[in-house]
Design a binder for this molecule. Structure first.
Ligand code: PBG
Length: 329
């Protein structure tokens, strides 16, 4: 950097003296337009079930979903992400419930799309909510089989598109699935259904509460290190993103969020594609517990979300979406 001057001519605190001045020079902003709200759904009627490991987050029965969608629309949240809590009795080795036209996700998609067109619906493509072993794909010889899994993911994607899903979000980390899903969607007339690739998804320790929320935690015996990325790696994320762009991804996700701001920036600096961040369940619960215990103030939520914008994210999947949207104009 040249010509930055020096003290005492230069006093960086001058621009920070007043609120109006700070607003004038502000580099990043957060609005409701930046938020994606994940919602957990379950079977039953008139249920709002607390999730122990995620204070303030609930599993809702489907009859509650329209109210939530209306709330999201009124708050100008552009998209919600639906996640199913599947009953254990419906899980099996192949995750076949993923392909059931009347599974929770399909029912929710139909219900929402019938009456609401002005909000985006995003759904994960992966088998973990449906498998009896909690893995994202099917297992052959003790290994999550890449190509056999993709065959199922393609069917899951087409089914979701058929039910009205706007954004197909493969979160499984199989190699080559974006290209195959894109091809299959196009062939079936869904050329305009978008794909949000979880391109850079690390084998993280911060997913615990989510696995609890979708009911896969108890079932998962091992880890996901042979398909999700090693968290010691940064440059590898560029290869993942490059491949997914070539395969037709419309946006890419970096996940988790706060411990991976360097990755968001790295990807943003190297590609022009929109990058989304996922502030995952473990991050949510840590911040929420910190607030509930008086260790940090509520303002920490805003600060954590702005940091994603500062790093270059276009949007953020966050369990704080509903509550923070109230405070944003
Ligand atoms: C499943 C999936 C996971 C999350 C989103 N989709 C968990 C995992 O990969 O085990 C994590 C989200 C969160 O922790 O909030 N493919």
């Amino acid at each position: 950097m040249k010509n930055i001057g020096s003290y005492p001519n230069v006093r960086l605190r001058r621009n920070r003296k007043t609120d109006w001045s700070r607003r004038l020079v502000r580099e990043s902003d957060l609005s409701a337009n930046d938020l994606i709200w994940p919602i957990f759904i379950r079977e039953g009627k008139n249920i709002k079930e607390p999730i122990k490991t995620m204070p303030g987050v609930y599993r809702y029965s489907l009859d509650k979903i329209e109210k939530l969608v209306e709330r999201a629309i009124s708050k100008k949240i552009p998209m919600i992400a639906l996640f199913p809590h599947t009953e254990t009795s419906k899980k099996n080795l192949k995750g076949s419930e993923a392909l059931n036209k009347n599974n929770l996700i399909c029912k929710a998609l139909r219900l929402i799309k019938k009456n609401y067109k002005e909000i985006g619906l995003m759904c994960d493509v992966a088998l973990d909510p449906y498998t009896s072993h909690g893995h994202d794909g099917i297992i052959k010889k003790n290994y999550v089989d890449n190509d056999e899994t993709i065959k199922i993911l393609i069917k899951q994607s087409i089914l979701q598109a058929e039910m009205g899903c706007d954004v197909i979000a493969p979160s499984d980390m199989m190699d080559g699935r974006i290209g195959q899903i894109r091809k299959a969607l196009d062939k079936n007339g869904y050329q305009l259904v978008q794909i949000l690739s979880y391109a850079v998804k690390y084998a993280s320790n911060f997913y615990g509460p989510f696995r609890d929320a979708v009911g896969s935690k108890r079932l998962l015996k091992s880890d996901k290190k042979n398909y999700q990325m090693d968290f010691s790696n940064a440059k590898e994320s560029l290869r993942e993103v490059a491949l997914d762009i070539n395969e037709g991804a419309d946006f890419v996700m970096v996940k988790p969020g706060l411990p991976y701001l360097d990755i968001i920036k790295l990807v943003k600096d190297n590609f022009k594609i929109p990058v989304f961040a996922y502030q995952v369940s473990g991050e949510y619960s840590l911040i929420k517990n910190g607030i509930n215990n008086g260790l940090i103030t509520n303002e920490a939520i805003y600060e954590s979300l702005i940091s994603f914008k500062r790093a270059g994210a276009s949007a953020i999947v966050t369990y704080f979406a509903d509550e923070i949207a109230n405070k944003l104009k």
